[in-house]
Design a protein. Structure first.
Length: 117
C-alpha cells in the first residue's frame, strides 16, 4: 500500500510502514508542510496514497468522502506522544496485512478501529 504521513505525526511512522513493506512518504518530504487540508487531500488523491493523520477534520465524510480518495487513517488517541502513537500504529500493522483502508475511513482509537465506507 501507498501512504502519506501527515506532518503532525512522528517521522518514525515512515520507517514503521516501510519496514512492513509499504511505500510511504511524508507531507514534509513534498514541502507541503503548512498546506491546507484540502491541498493535502488533493495530493493524496492524485498520488493514490492513504493519508495517516491526527487531524480529525479528515474524519468528516461529507468534506472528504472516503470513496473519492485512496483512504484515510485518522488517529483519535487519548495520548499523542511519540511512543503511544508508534505503539498503536505497530498494532495496526496486522490489520493492514488482512485488509486495506483504500476507499475507506479508518478511525483508530486506543483499543479499536472504526471503519466507514
Amino acid at each position: 500500500m501507498r501512504f502519506k504521513i501527515d506532518e503532525n505525526l512522528p517521522v518514525e511512522v515512515l520507517e514503521l510502514l516501510r519496514n512492513r513493506g509499504h511505500e510511504a512518504m511524508t507531507v514534509v518530504d513534498q514541502r507541503l508542510g503548512g498546506s491546507t487540508d484540502a491541498a493535502i487531500a488533493l495530493v493524496c488523491r492524485s498520488e493514490q496514497r492513504i493519508l495517516v493523520t491526527l487531524d480529525l477534520d479528515f474524519s468528516d465524510i461529507r468534506t472528504y468522502p472516503p470513496a473519492e480518495y485512496a483512504g484515510f487513517i485518522v488517529l483519535r488517541l487519548t495520548r499523542q506522544d511519540k511512543r503511544h502513537v508508534l505503539e498503536v500504529l505497530d498494532r495496526l500493522g496486522s490489520m493492514l496485512a488482512a485488509q486495506s483502508p483504500e476507499g475507506r475511513l479508518w478511525i483508530v482509537e486506543d483499543a479499536r478501529v472504526r471503519i466507514r465506507e
